[in-house]
Design a protein around this ligand. Structure first.
Ligand SMILES: NC(=O)c1ccc[n+]([C@@H]2O[C@H](COP(=O)([O-])OP(=O)(O)OC[C@H]3O[C@@H](n4cnc5c(N)ncnc54)[C@H](OP(=O)(O)O)[C@@H]3O)[C@@H](O)[C@H]2O)c1
Length: 261
């Protein structure tokens, strides 16, 4: 897969990224069916396959259960082959989520992720919104903390996984990357994508397969065609622990992108 620019960050990402919720968390998730976490051999196989297929982008978060511990342990010296996106703000403990967007918590979360992921830099850190995007950006310390962490060289770029149009538009003004939702049933955030393209900011798409409610090759292909016909999409993050789905997704997306040229 041909790499794309992540806005003006200088980072190049594959148009398909691998979401890693399902590597570490199977409680309080919204997928259509229950699942068992893959074992280490299966995770290693999935990571090797993803690289072989041209995927270089991993999306993780401290709130994804053991996702970061497992990646830190299993990536080893191959960490540099990946662009790693992590998050701050959501804490998942004892089966429940809560949120802390303070300056101090943001800094300590990034420092902990660096240790857990066994690395000295994170390529991108996103604020994991609780839905109140503007309040977080205007009244909490997370944005200033990420700017400071970027100055210190611990974070190459920053952004927000936002949930509202107003929030997404503010992210585009203030930060490097926006993670927005777009799929066949939900297009409310398209103005955010347009603004990001106009201002040279990176765009990551989440929930493009409606968290697993899109089923079958033709519906997956239609979803990819819909998302990649929107302006400015750098990469779509798809979570899968099924190697057959991973291969299908790369091949279907390549077909779609070839059709655009
Ligand atoms: N959901 C959120 O609130 C959120 C927020 C921020 C970031 N993210 C990031 O975005 C990633 C994706 O979001 P998401 O997991 O909510 O949604 P998604 O990528 O739309 O859906 C993932 C689901 O789709 C299934 N799937 C993948 N490829 C498939 C195929 N070819 N055919 C049929 N089913 C397929 C996966 O099941 P199999 O494992 O069986 O393939 C998985 O259950 C997450 O992993 C995370 O890294 C999500």
């Amino acid at each position: 897969m041909e790499l794309r620019s992540l806005g003006s960050t200088g980072i190049k990402v594959s148009p398909l990224g691998l979401g890693t919720v399902k590597l570490g968390r199977n409680q309080q998730v919204k997928y259509p069916s229950a699942f068992t976490l893959p074992d280490d051999g299966q995770v290693l196989g999935l990571l090797d396959l993803a690289r072989e297929l041209g995927i270089n982008l991993l999306d993780t978060a401290p709130a994804y259960g053991s996702s970061q511990q497992r990646l830190g342990r299993l990536l080893g010296a191959r960490r540099k082959e990946w662009v790693i996106v992590s998050k701050v703000g959501e804490i998942f403990e004892n089966g429940e989520s809560h949120f802390d967007f303070s300056f101090e918590h943001t800094v300590s979360t990034v420092e902990q992720s660096l240790l857990t992921l066994n690395t000295d830099y994170l390529d991108c850190v996103l604020i994991h919104s609780d839905g109140d995007d503007l309040r977080i950006l205007e009244h909490e310390g997370a944005l200033d903390a990420l700017r400071e962490l970027k100055r210190r060289g611990l974070v190459r770029c920053h952004g927000m996984s936002s949930k509202t149009v107003e929030g997404g538009l503010r992210v585009v003004q203030e930060m490097d990357v926006v993670m927005a939702t777009c799929n066949l049933d939900y297009n409310d955030e398209l103005p955010v994508l347009e603004a990001a393209q106009a201002q040279g900011k990176g765009v990551l798409i989440k929930k493009g397969l409606m968290s697993g409610h899109v089923q079958g090759q033709s519906a997956v292909r239609d979803s990819f065609a819909h998302i990649f016909s929107q302006p400015g999409v750098s990469s779509m993050i798809v979570g899968t622990i099924n190697p057959v789905h991973l291969r299908d997704n790369v091949s279907l997306l390549e077909q779609v992108l070839r059709g655009f040229t």
